[in-house]
Ligand binder design. Sequence first.
Ligand SMILES: Nc1nc2c(c(=O)[nH]1)N[C@H]1C(S)=C(S)[C@@H](COP(=O)(O)O)O[C@H]1N2
Ligand SMILES: [Mo]
Length: 432
Amino acid sequence: MSKKERNLFELYAEDSEKADRLLFGRVANPDRRGFLRGAGLATMAAMVGASIPFHRYMPAGFIPVALAEESFSIKGKDGLLILNDRPVSAECPAHLLDDPITPTERLFVRNNGTVPDNMQADGWTLSIDGEVEQPMTLSIAELKDRFDTVTLALQLECGGNGRAFFEPKARGNQWTIGAVGCCEWTGVRLADLLKAAGIKDSGIYTAHYGTDGHLSGDPEKLPISRGVPIEKAMSPYNLIAFQQNGADIHPMNGAPLRLLIPGWPGSCSHKWLKRIQIRDQVHDGPKMTGTSYRVPQHPVAPGAKVPSEEFVVIESMPVKSLITSPATGAQVAADQPELEIRGHAWAGDNKVSAVDLSIDFGTTWIKADLAEPVNPYAWQNFSAKVDFPEPGYYEVWTRATDDQGRMQPFAIAWNPKGYLNNSMHRIAVQVG
Ligand SMILES: Nc1nc2c(c(=O)[nH]1)N[C@H]1C(S)=C(S)[C@@H](COP(=O)(O)O)O[C@H]1N2
Ligand SMILES: [Mo]
């Protein structure tokens, strides 16, 4: 009996797991397989770090050997921890967020769908329509031409940052503390564009649309489309950005054009922005309704079942702070027990008025030096010198207070989807 040799393509078509085993000696991570099967060419190229000239000949379901390794990385992102690769979600460890302005390679990534294939600035247009006097479609060059260009440092935080610490567990990306950053963004003001288009009296809410695809591959479906009330949209600190830290926007952060609505959940800041529609009702696109980016309007017991009518849309994010130096687990010599603690604090639409640190589990507090934001909606840097009285294990806790007198809590106010965790950040320090 002759055993017919099958080629790679037949093998993959027949049983891709078996093919992986034969080729790589093990089965590739099933999530990763799913990710690559649905991935556009641009995504795959971004993952392997180069274009794939012979991509036409790659069998369906095939895992490039460069990606068959367990380690998965995003080109141009350094030190991020990958939480999910379909869709891509990656956060930054706290100690790598020490810079006053977050370097592009350290800004987290939160995708809800598949990355667009085309991210070319040439030929890209932004449309504004709906309840406006003057609908328009503008190229990026026209945006730059018609409106003032501004550069602002803007904090961006995912509404689910801190979800990993909820008990009972909330489903979704298990973000710890690193789904936050403050890059410098250059672009035109959203408000200028809205004024030029002329919002009709009937226009009360924005709706944002990008070019990323739905995970199902169904071109009719949107992965996400959120919006904000017109009053928030008119803030002079919202940008339609075409640059991140003085260079092109990173592909995973929304190149070539993205919205920034700082102080509100990151999901309001639409990436790969193509269209803004003005609506005469609260927008009801995907991830606007149900329990998405919504929390119970009244406090609920941990684990409680909450009826959907109880949920309200998250607006301003709560006050929060992060220790970025030293890294947790730092060792301090016993004869040099003074340590500089550094970090950042932010408070949604508000300002941070104080940051206090504790090395005795919250019994006493040390006031940190707190800098003004470089502009409204930038995070504020803090630092303090801390003396440890004797050798041993310490924790440093940080607690920010906003200008409304609200402080970060020690414990988490539980909600079903694990949003808005602004409980205090803690690091461990070993002296001697
Ligand atoms: N088009 C589009 N915009 C998007 C998303 C997305 O999946 N698609 N994710 C949103 C969410 S949930 C967050 S937290 C931020 C994250 O921005 P970043 O990936 O640049 O850090 O982008 C928002 N904008
Ligand atoms: Mo998010």
